[in-house]
Write a protein that binds this ligand. Structure first.
Ligand code: HEM
Length: 226
C-alpha cells in the first residue's frame, strides 16, 4: 500500500509573500485599469462631472498604497531567493530554463498531465523556472515604471525632485513618459497572462502528480509518494 509522506515545501514567509503578491496584483490590475479608463463607480449618480466626484483620487490612493506593499513583497521575495537558509532558489530561477534537454519532457507533461519522468534535481522544472524568472523581471520593470510615474509631477521650483533625478535614466531609456505609461499598461497584460498560465500549471501538477500542489501554498506541505 502506498503510504503518503508529507514534505514541508513552503515556509510561512514564502506563503505570506505569495498571497500578499497575489492580492496586490489583483488590486493593482483592477485599480490600474480604472485609472487608465475610469469606466465605473463614480460617487454621485446623476452627474458624471469630475468636480462632483472624487473616485479617481481614492482609486489612485489605493493603487499607490498597494503599489508600495507590492514593492515590499517583491524585495522580500528577492531577499529570500538569495538569502533564505531553507529555500534560496536563485540558481533554479536563473539557470534551470537553460536545461534544453528537459524541455520536451516538460511540455509533454503539461499537455498530457502524465507523471514527470525526469527526477527533479532543481527546485523548479525549466518551464516553471522561465515563468518565475520572467515574472520577477516584469515585477522589477513594473515597479520602476510605477515609481517613475509616481514621481512625474514632483517638479519643484528648484527643478526635479530627488527621486525624479534618480529615476530619470529610465525615462530616457524608454524615450519619454508616454512610453513609460505604455510599458506599465503592457506589463499589466503580462501579469494577466502569467496568472492564467500559472493556474493552469498548478492544476496540471495537482492532476498529474496528485501531491496536493494547490493546497500546499496554504498548508506549506506537499505529499510525497513512497
Ligand atoms: C502588478 C503591479 C501593477 C499593475 C498591474 C499596475 C497597473 C497599472 C495600470 C493598468 C495603470 C494605468 C496605466 C495607464 O494609464 O495607461 C497604472 C497606473 C499607474 N501606476 Fe500601476 N500597476 C502596478 C504597480 C504599480 C507600482 C508598484 C506603482 C508604484 C507606486 C504604480 C504606480 C502607478 C502610477 C503612478 C500610475 C499612474 C497614475 C496616474 O496617471 O494617475 N503601479 N498602473
Amino acid at each position: 500500500m502506498n503510504e503518503v509522506k508529507m514534505h514541508y515545501r513552503w515556509t510561512v514567509a514564502r506563503r505570506l509573500i505569495h498571497w500578499t503578491t497575489f492580492i496586490c496584483i489583483a488590486v493593482l490590475t483592477f485599480t490600474g485599469f480604472y485609472i487608465a479608463n475610469p469606466f465605473w463607480f463614480i460617487y454621485s449618480p446623476g452627474t458624471r462631472e469630475a468636480y462632483n466626484t472624487f473616485a479617481m483620487a481614492d482609486v489612485r490612493f489605493i493603487h499607490f498604497t498597494f503599489g508600495f506593499i507590492f514593492i515590499f513583497a517583491i524585495i522580500m521575495r528577492l531577499y529570500y531567493a538569495f538569502f533564505s537558509r531553507y529555500d534560496a532558489d536563485w540558481k533554479s530561477l536563473l539557470f534551470e530554463w537553460f536545461n534544453i534537454k528537459e524541455w520536451k519532457t516538460v511540455l509533454t507533461y503539461y499537455l498530457t498531465f502524465k507523471p514527470y519522468g525526469v527526477p527533479i534535481k532543481s527546485k523548479y522544472n525549466p518551464l516553471q523556472s522561465l515563468f518565475y524568472f520572467l515574472f520577477i523581471v516584469a515585477c522589477i520593470f513594473q515597479i520602476i515604471s510605477g515609481l517613475v510615474m509616481f514621481t512625474m509631477g514632483q517638479n519643484t521650483i528648484r527643478g526635479m525632485s530627488f527621486m525624479q533625478t534618480i529615476l530619470y535614466w529610465f525615462v530616457n531609456l524608454m524615450g519619454g513618459y508616454a512610453h513609460v505609461y505604455d510599458l506599465h499598461r503592457l506589463l499589466t497584460w503580462f501579469f494577466i497572462v502569467f496568472f492564467i498560465g500559472h493556474v493552469y500549471m498548478i492544476l496540471a501538477h495537482d492532476v498529474g502528480d496528485k501531491k496536493g500542489t494547490v493546497s500546499s501554498m496554504i498548508s506549506g506541505y506537499e505529499a510525497e509518494k513512497e
